[in-house]
Structures are given as C-alpha cells and as structure tokens.
Design a protein around this ligand. Structure first.
Ligand SMILES: [Zn+2]
Length: 444
C-alpha cells in the first residue's frame, strides 16, 4: 500500500538542502520510497496538500513532560530559586499524574509538528514506580516516537547539592533501575518507537561518582548520555565553589566531553568550550524560550554550529516554558541568535534544520530528521493559506517568521497522528480535562 503526498513545498533537509516547490513524497510501509518534484509516481492513494509546506517531523531534544502540572510558578526567579520552590511540589508525582502530564505535553508537541519527543525525567520519589512506563505509554497511544531517559539526582542539600534530601536516590538503585529499563523498553535499530538515554540531572544535583558510573553504564549498554549544563551564571559559580572549575571543565573531568553525550542549554560557554564541544562532537539542546523565561542568557548557537558541535532544539519543561510548542522554538532560535549576533546570525532555514536534522543528529538517529529515500515517513505538513502567510513569496521563511502554527497533518512512521489540525488517536478536550484534574494535586 503506497501513499503519495503531492503538490507541496517539500523541504527535504538532505545533505544538499534540496527543496521541491512543487514536490511530492512517496511512502510505503512507513518508510519514504521516493521524494522529488515534477512528474508524480503512481501510488495507491494520492493526497493533494494544496501548496502546503512539507517538512520532516520535528525532533525535540529536551523536555520534562511532568512539568506541565506546575506551570506559571516562581515567575520572577532565577534557576536555583525556581528549582528550590518547585522540588517539593514535584515530589508529589506518581504514575497517574505523570501519564496525564505526558499526554498533555506530547499532544502539544504533536500539534506543533514534532514527531519525536525526548524527555528528561529525574524526579523519582521513593516508592512511586512506573513513571517512565507511564510516559512511554502516553507516547505510544498518541502515535509518537519517544526517547525517554532514566534521570537521577543523588546529591542532596545536606551534601552540598540543591535538591532536598528526600528527593535524591541511592547511586546503586539508580544504576540498577536504568539497566532494568534499558532491557525493558530500549529499541536499538532504525525505526525505533521507544529508546532510552542515561541522564543524571546536573552538576549541582548529582555526585561525581554517579556521573562517572552513569557514563560507564551507558557505554556498556550502548545508550546515549544527557545532562543539563552551563545554564546560568549561578551554576558557573556553584561549579567553581564545589569542584574548582567551570561546568565544561567538570564535564571533561568526568569523561563526558564525547560524541555520545548531549547537554541541555550550554548558555555560558567560553570560546575554548565551544571549540572543545565541536572537536569532540558533543551535542547541545538549545532551549531559547526557557533561557529567556528564566533570564539565563542566550546560547552561542552560531558559534557551536560553526565549530562542528551537534545542535538541536528543545522546548524544555513546561514550568520554564509554559508553551510546549517546538515550532515556536524554531522562530525563537532565529530571534535570539540575531539578538546576540546580528541579522545574519541564523536564517529561518538553518533554524528549521536545527529542529529536524540537527535534532536527529543530537539523538544519534540517522533514520529520522530528513525526507530522503529509506528514512522513516515522519512528515509535518503546514498550511500556507492562512492570514499570516499572505504576501510571503518565500513560504518557508514566512512560516518560520510568523510562527507558531498548528500543524495541519503530522505523519509518524507513515501513520497519521494529526489530521486537519486535530489529534487522530485521542480527544484534545479529554486530555486537557484529565490533566486539569491531576494538576489539582499539585496546587499550593
Ligand atoms: Zn531542563
């Protein structure tokens, strides 16, 4: 059974940057079997997208889905103050609330054209099992790909860390649980719907030993490593105080400046840090709205890309970016890069590349992120006939500059997840209602 999406402005994100203004994409068995412009191939089903822009499904490289339960708190706080206010609230999480939170966060991402969700979950109150399983279930039910992670915190406040002691875990328990989850859910090959990463939370909430042991475990199990890094000036000061070095020097010390690692934020990097990330092929999840919301600063994305670092985009958790819309981050990436480096710092197409091919590279996925023969059929289809795109001859730049937009159709592995701007496998109003009921448990 083949399906042809035709009469679209196809943005392939292949190595040559090919675009087909009157293009088509042919899909069979969930995989792309043809892409081009001009004469159409025959197919069992022909879908005319009427001049819509067709991009690869977007890839989100940093999120905390549970945070949809606690939006708009600590509204004028820096990162550490914000965290100290929220840790005790987050300690109420359980599998039921995590499931409702994940359904909301994943639905929001799907409606913004995102087909692959990475989630960094690091809050594991004692005795609450099944949190990762709950978010994986939510992703599969909605039809999305998920890269989940077993996050961790083992450096409580009494040992000089930031989180309260009751929210930190024992190192051995973290490693055992990570290994159990890897065996239970991680799919290694192309087309994977569920993967797992190893993700100790941050230098200020994790011991050096757990950073090192996490790396050893991940490398033994062939999983990727992820953490938060160099997000704020306070973190920089904390690292100097506790470890006598910068966050990137600390990362080097624990053996993490490597091609199998990606870090969220990386706002406060020196020129030498940027060069070292580029040389080692470290990945970066750039989260512009969250960085603006917490007043953290602007990451040197142009420099990182030029240095050869792998860079993708992330919405970050909904407690520091209340809008979990990845297409909005494409626009934000352009705007903050230009605020930092002038009008030529980043183009709309480069930002879209970060959100698709860049994100796939960050997650070390060569089966998604571009529209090429042999890749997974993950497509986002964007209408161009609305009010905001009138007069935009370059519909691609117009789309980015006038974002965010609700995606018209989202296809994941050849199957519709969003059609006509609505979720196919769940009712948006039901998700919102169930989420509100669960969020009440997190009220002050
Ligand atoms: Zn984060």
């Amino acid at each position: 059974m083949s399906r042809l999406y035709t009469n679209g402005w196809v943005i392939t994100m292949d190595g040559s940057g090919a675009e087909h203004p009157s293009g088509w994409v042919l899909v069979e068995e969930g995989v792309i079997t043809g892409v081009g412009g001009g004469e159409e191939p025959l197919a069992h089903e022909r879908i005319d997208v009427h001049g819509a822009v067709v991009t690869p499904g977007l890839v989100n490289t940093h999120h905390h889905l549970y945070q949809t339960l606690t939006r708009a708190r600590a509204q004028q706080a820096d990162l550490f103050t914000w965290l100290r206010e929220l840790y005790p609230v987050w300690s109420r999480i359980d599998a039921e609330t995590e499931y409702a939170a994940a359904r909301t966060g994943i639905a929001e991402l799907a409606l913004s054209g995102c087909s692959t969700v990475f989630d960094h979950h690091y809050v594991f109150p004692r005795g609450r099992d099944g949190l990762i399983e709950a978010e994986v279930q939510a992703a599969l039910e909605l039809g999305m790909r998920i890269v989940a992670s077993r996050g961790s915190m083992d450096l409580g406040v009494s040992d000089g860390g930031l989180p309260p002691d009751e929210l930190v875990e024992e190192l051995d328990a973290v490693l055992a649980e990570t290994e159990r989850l890897a065996a239970a859910i991680h799919e290694p090959g192309p087309g994977a719907r569920v993967q797992l990463a190893v993700a100790p939370c941050s230098p200020f909430s994790v011991t050096t030993r757990l950073m090192e042991e996490s790396a050893a475990l991940a490398r033994r199990l062939r999983l990727l490593l992820h953490t938060h890094l160099a997000e704020t000036v306070e973190e920089d000061a904390y690292c100097h105080e506790l470890y006598g070095c910068t966050p990137v020097e600390y990362l080097e010390r624990v053996g993490w400046v490597s091609h199998d690692v990606w870090c969220a934020h990386c706002v406060h990097l020196s020129e030498a840090d940027v060069a070292s990330f580029g040389k080692a092929g470290v990945g970066v999840a750039h989260c512009p709205t969250s960085n603006l919301r917490l007043g953290a600063g602007i990451a040197p994305v142009r420099d990182l890309v030029d240095a050869g670092a792998r860079v993708g985009l992330g919405v970050d958790g909904s407690a520091s970016n209340e809008r979990g819309d990845l297409f909005l981050e494409v626009k934000q990436a352009v705007l903050v890069a230009r605020a930092r480096g002038g009008p030529e710092a980043l183009t709309a197409r480069e930002a879209l590349w970060l959100a698709t091919r860049g994100g796939a590279d960050v997650l070390r996925r060569d089966d998604i992120g571009s529209l090429e023969v042999g890749k997974q059929a993950d497509l986002a289809i964007w209408r161009t006939d609305g009010l905001e795109l009138g007069g935009a001859e370059d519909a691609v730049t117009g789309l980015v500059f006038s974002g965010p937009h609700r995606v018209d159709r989202l296809v994941v592995g050849g199957e519709d997840v969003v059609r006509g701007g609505a979720l196919v496998r769940a009712d948006e109003a039901d998700i919102a209602r169930e989420h509100r009921a669960q969020a009440r448990r997190f009220a002050a």
